[in-house]
Design a protein. Structure first.
Length: 525
C-alpha cells in the first residue's frame, strides 16, 4: 500500500463528507424532470425492433422518427448530443422501408445478412462516425470531423443499424464526469443535479433517458461500466483486443494501452448485449465463443468483502453491498452454484497497481498541442492559471489529469517494477481462482451517481473498475435497482479473459430477478 496515495484518498473522502451535505441542499430546489415516454415503440429492445421492422409490423421511418422526436424532447434537459445526422437517418429509413416492400429475399436470409436492419443506434463521440464530430470535447478540436467510420461502427452499419448521432464526452475522455468547455455539462436523467458519469457519459444519459435503445462506448478505466451504473442501464467491457480499435480517438502509439482499452455495447435491455458484441467483435472475437451455450449450474460465483473497508478507498454504499449479496444468493439458490470468497492479498493494492500501470503508458496524445499547428503547445501551468481566471481553452478536468500523469500519480517511477510484479502475481492468483467457469460479483463503483463537480472527491472510486482493465478481464455492468434517493445502483460480473459469454449469461439471469432498466419518470423516491 502506498501511504501517500492512500492518504490523499483519505483526504478526498474527508472532504467529500463535508461538501456532500452542502451540495445536497440543492436537491430541495425545483428541477425539470424527464418527460414520460408516451410511444410504446420506444420501450422495445433492439432485437424486438429489428424483428418488427423486418416483418413490416413497424415502418423503419416511424421508429427513426420516434427516436428523433424523443431526443429533441429530452436533450435540452440532459445535454447529451454532440453532433447529429437526423436528415440522413430519415432518408435511410425511407429507403429501407422501400427495400422491404419490394425485396424477394426471405426473412431468414435477411435476418442473417442484416440482423438489425433499420434499428437506430447512437455512438460515443470517440467512436468515429463519418461526417460527425470528433472533437474529443476539446475547444481546439471543435471543427474536426471523422473522415471515415471506425471499424466497429462500420460493422454495425453493415448489420443494418442507422446511426442517429454522437454523444458528449469529457475533454479527451479523461474524466469521471462529462463536462467540457465545448458542449457544457451532461446531466443524469434520474436527477439532473447528478452526473451522468464519464467518459461515456453522454451515451449513458441518452440511453438511460429512453432516447436511444443501444449504443457503443469505450472503457479504459470503467468508462462504459460507470456511466451505465449511474444511468441505470447495461454495459459490457470486453476482453482486451476482442474488438478492433481502428478509427477511435483519442488514440495512443503505445500498444500496451490497448491491453487495457475496450470497446463495448451499452444497452437498455440485456438481450441486446450479446448480439451487438458478436457484430463488433467479428473475426477478432472468435475466441469469445459467444454461440457456445453456458450451463449456469456448472459455474461458481466468487465474491470479496475484505476490500470494502480499506484506508483511503471509498466505502461501498450499503444498497450496493446488499444487492451483491442478493445476487449471489439468487445464483446459489436457483442454480446451485458453488460459492467462494476471494482472499487475494494483492487485490487490496488494486488502486496503486492500476494507477501505476496507467501512469506508465507512453504515446498518449499531446493534450495541449494545437491541432492546426502541431508545433505550438500550451504551457500547463499557464493554462491552469488562465482556467482559474476563466480564460483557458482547456477544462480543469483535463489540466488536473495532465498534472496527475506528469507526476506519475504522485508515486515514484522507480516503483514501477514492483507494481508490475504485483500485477502479475495478482492476475495469476485471480485467474486461477476464476478458472474457466468462475464469475466474480463486485461493485462497479462504490456509490450511485454523485453530484456535479464532486468528481475530484470521488475519483478514487474508479479502483473498483480499473483493476479489471489492467488484467484484461471482461465485465458486464447490470442495474439492480435504486437507492433511497431514487438513483440507479448496479454491480459488475467479471470473468476470465475470453469468457465474456459467462458474464453475459449470468447478466441475463440476474436481470430476470432484478428487473433491468426502469424509465426515469416511473422511479419513486
Amino acid at each position: 500500500m502506498n501511504l501517500l496515495v492512500r492518504f490523499a484518498g483519505f483526504l478526498a473522502i474527508l472532504l467529500d463528507k463535508i461538501i456532500t451535505p452542502i451540495l445536497g441542499l440543492l436537491d430541495w430546489l425545483p428541477k425539470p424532470k424527464i418527460p414520460a415516454i408516451t410511444d410504446e415503440v420506444l420501450l422495445y429492445s433492439a432485437c424486438r425492433l429489428s424483428r418488427m421492422i423486418r416483418n413490416r409490423e413497424l415502418s423503419c421511418e416511424y421508429v427513426v422518427t420516434a427516436y428523433i422526436n424523443r431526443i429533441k424532447e429530452v436533450n435540452p434537459i440532459i445535454n447529451a448530443v454532440s453532433d447529429e445526422r437526423f436528415i440522413e437517418a430519415l432518408d435511410e429509413s425511407k429507403s429501407i422501408d422501400l427495400f422491404l416492400k419490394n425485396t424477394k429475399i426471405s426473412l431468414d436470409k435477411l435476418e442473417n445478412l442484416k440482423p438489425f436492419l433499420g434499428v437506430p443506434i447512437t455512438f460515443k463521440e470517440s467512436c468515429g462516425v463519418k461526417g460527425l464530430s470528433m472533437s474529443a470535447g476539446s475547444c481546439p478540436r471543435k471543427d474536426i470531423k471523422a473522415s471515415e467510420d471506425s471499424e466497429a461502427v462500420r460493422r454495425l452499419k453493415l448489420a443494418g443499424f442507422i446511426p442517429l448521432l454522437v454523444t458528449t464526452v469529457p475533454e479527451y475522455c479523461v474524466s469521471l464526469e462529462t463536462i467540457n468547455l465545448l458542449t457544457g455539462c451532461t446531466r443524469n436523467p434520474y436527477n439532473i443535479r447528478r452526473t451522468s458519469g464519464g467518459s461515456s457519459g453522454g451515451e449513458g444519459a441518452l440511453i438511460g433517458s429512453g432516447s436511444s435503445v443501444v449504443g457503443l462506448g469505450t472503457d479504459l478505466a470503467g468508462s462504459i461500466r460507470i456511466p451505465c451504473l449511474f444511468n441505470g442501464i447495461y454495459g459490457h467491457k470486453t476482453t482486451s483486443n476482442a474488438v478492433p480499435y481502428t478509427g477511435f480517438y483519442p488514440d495512443s502509439s503505445d500498444n500496451r494501452t490497448y491491453e487495457y482499452y475496450s470497446i463495448g455495447p451499452m444497452t437498455r435491455y440485456v438481450e441486446d448485449l450479446k448480439p451487438l458484441l458478436k457484430i463488433i467483435s467479428g473475426p477478432e472475437g472468435s475466441n469469445l465463443k459467444l454461440d457456445q451455450k453456458v450451463d449456469l449450474t456448472e459455474l461458481k460465483v466468487l465474491y470479496s468483502n475484505s476490500e470494502y473497508n480499506l484506508f483511503g478507498i471509498p466505502k461501498v454504499q450499503k444498497e450496493i453491498r446488499d444487492g451483491i449479496n442478493e445476487a449471489r444468493n439468487f445464483l446459489i439458490s436457483n442454480y446451485q452454484m458453488e460459492t467462494e470468497e476471494i482472499k487475494i492479498q494483492d487485490l487490496k493494492k488494486g488502486f496503486e497497481i492500476s494507477a501505476m500501470m496507467f501512469m506508465s503508458l507512453k504515446g498518449m496524445p499531446k493534450f495541449l498541442q494545437d491541432p492546426q499547428n502541431p508545433k505550438e503547445e500550451a504551457n500547463l501551468f499557464v493554462e491552469i492559471l488562465k482556467n482559474i481566471l476563466g480564460r483557458s481553452r482547456f477544462s480543469l478536468y483535463l489540466l488536473m489529469t495532465i498534472v496527475f500523469y506528469r507526476y506519475n500519480g504522485f508515486m515514484p517511477r522507480k516503483h514501477l517494477p514492483f507494481y508490475q510484479e504485483k500485477l502479475e502475481t495478482l492476475k495469476k492468483a485471480f485467474l486461477e481462482s476464476l478458472g474457466d467457469n468462475g464469475i466474480f460479483v463486485y461493485p462497479t463503483f462504490p456509490s450511485s451517481a454523485f453530484r456535479h463537480y464532486q468528481v475530484f472527491t470521488r475519483m478514487y472510486g474508479v479502483c473498483y473498475s480499473m483493476i479489471f482493465n489492467v488484467m484484461g478481464c471482461p465485465s458486464t455492468q447490470i442495474p439492480i435497482g435504486f437507492d433511497k434517493h431514487g438513483m440507479p445502483i448496479g454491480l459488475q460480473i467479471v470473468a476470465g479473459p475470453n469468457q465474456d459469454r459467462l458474464c453475459l449469461a449470468v447478466a441475463e439471469e440476474l436481470s430476470k430477478h432484478f428487473g433491468g432498466w426502469v424509465p426515469p419518470t416511473t422511479v419513486e423516491i
